[in-house]
Write a protein that binds this ligand. Structure first.
Ligand code: CAA
Length: 384
């Protein structure tokens, strides 16, 4: 990996690689079949500092940089993509938004349990009629004394069922566009907060995705994140970090697919020799490895921008766009290399192929990433 990594970053990578291979990977196939949420993994990951990696130790986080986080996420994703998406949402969107925009009291009450992994968090922005266009959301939060009354339905919420708290966006002022959207930290178990339908998905089966329904749900005004009207910007800013996470996840799954394919091709004999000897396959391996490396470099570059405190919106979108499309090509090739066996559940590549499919969709589709990148090039004229 040509990107210069410090000794500390390499140490994090080695530690998480060992954990992912020994603890997470062996049960991934079974988890995919049973759809069981890996709560026990998150307990251990919390102890290792993987659930609030970029949060300072004073709030029970690991105080790591984004590059270390990206390296860790790549390792976890290679072992189990379902586990990695929960880790990604927890770190990039939930912990980061409370750390960046929360009050001291909110950090004490909510960030510490999240960063230590004692509580799983979710982020509820998407709605049945507002996916790529979150400004058109219809969930409302109406001020009532020292509280807000939230009404509406959120859809496709990662960890919606298994989380202990959810950051929910809602309109506080219908007359304003994005400036009329606010964010709230809503704890599970309060009246009017209902976990709805859980989606039956083609991949990421051990990570729950569900509807969250709010019916006259009364949330204290102390739980509002940032100022009234800050919700859309908080979501966009944290989604930038989330997109770096999905890019890292893509690299991790693609590496696992390449490793599995190389292993298979070396052991599979046809026409009197291992199929890895055929040039037709060797060139496919070369293309897979090159694409994976390019995606890894883009992802690390975006992480590095973030660590330097520079704007990283476009870099995050480019990394997410390229890496998520790359992993779909790579896993398709990996399945083809495995032949008929690749189509069975005896080998992990069919799971990689299914898990990767949503990477070009969630946290902003490929089309939305192209909107972000082209807006930047054509309108903003900022230096890349
Ligand atoms: N950082 C900071 N501010 C930003 C921003 C960013 N990345 N992007 C936009 N903004 C600001 C703009 O500057 C603007 O503010 P001002 O008016 O003060 O200048 C404001 O937000 C509105 O910007 P736009 O007019 O560009 O907004 P838009 O409505 O045209 O939408 C968009 C822009 C990029 C298309 C955006 O809507 C978007 O990213 N859509 C995709 C949403 C998405 O990713 N959803 C996934 C949800 S999470 C998930 O997948 C589930 C999960 O649990 C993992």
């Amino acid at each position: 990996m040509p990107f210069h990594l410090t000794d500390e970053q390499l140490m994090v990578q080695a530690m998480v690689r060992e954990f992912a291979r020994k603890v997470v990977a062996p049960t991934a196939m079974e988890r995919d079949r049973t759809k069981a949420f890996p709560a026990e993994n998150f307990e251990k990951m919390g102890e290792l500092g993987l659930m609030g990696m970029m949060i300072p130790p004073e709030y029970e986080g690991a105080g790591a940089d984004t590059i270390s986080y990206v390296l860790a996420l790549m390792e976890v994703a290679g072992a189990c993509a379902s586990t990695s998406v929960v880790m990604s949402v927890q770190n990039s969107i939930v912990c980061e938004s409370i750390y960046r925009y929360g009050s001291e009291d909110q950090k004490e009450r909510f960030l510490k349990p999240l960063a230590s992994g004692r509580v799983i968090g979710a982020f509820a922005l998407t709605e049945p009629q507002a996916g790529s266009d979150p400004v058109s959301q219809s969930t409302t939060a109406v001020r009532d004394g020292d509280a807000y009354i939230i009404n509406g339905t959120k859809r496709f919420i990662t960890s919606g069922k298994n989380s202990g708290l959810v950051i929910v966006t809602a309109k506080t002022d219908e007359s304003q566009r994005h400036k009329g959207i606010s964010a709230f930290i809503v704890e599970k178990g309060i009246p009017g907060f209902i976990v709805g339908h859980t989606d039956d998905k083609m991949g990421l089966c051990a990570s729950d995705t569900c509807d969250l329904i709010f019916e006259d749900c009364r949330v204290s005004a102390d739980n509002r994140l940032g100022k009234e009207g800050d919700g859309f910007k908080i979501a966009m800013k944290c989604l930038d970090g989330g997109r770096i996470g999905i890019a890292a996840q893509s690299v991790g799954v693609a590496r696992a697919a390449l490793d599995a394919s190389v292993k298979y091709a070396k052991g599979r004999n046809q026409f009197g020799q291992p199929i890895s000897k055929f040039q037709g396959l060797r060139w496919i391996f070369a293309d897979m490895a090159t694409e994976i490396e390019a995606a890894a470099q883009l992802t690390l570059a975006a992480a590095s921008n973030k660590d330097r405190g520079e704007n990283y919106t476009v870099q995050a979108s480019m990394a997410k766009l390229f890496a998520s499309e790359m992993v779909n090509r790579v896993t398709a090739k990996a399945l083809q290399i495995h032949g008929g066996y690749g189509f069975t559940k005896d080998y992990p590549v069919e799971r990689f192929y299914r898990d990767a499919r949503v990477f070009t969709i969630y946290e902003g589709t490929s089309e939305i990433q192209r909107v972000v990148i082209s807006n930047h090039i054509l309108k903003d004229k900022r230096k890349l």
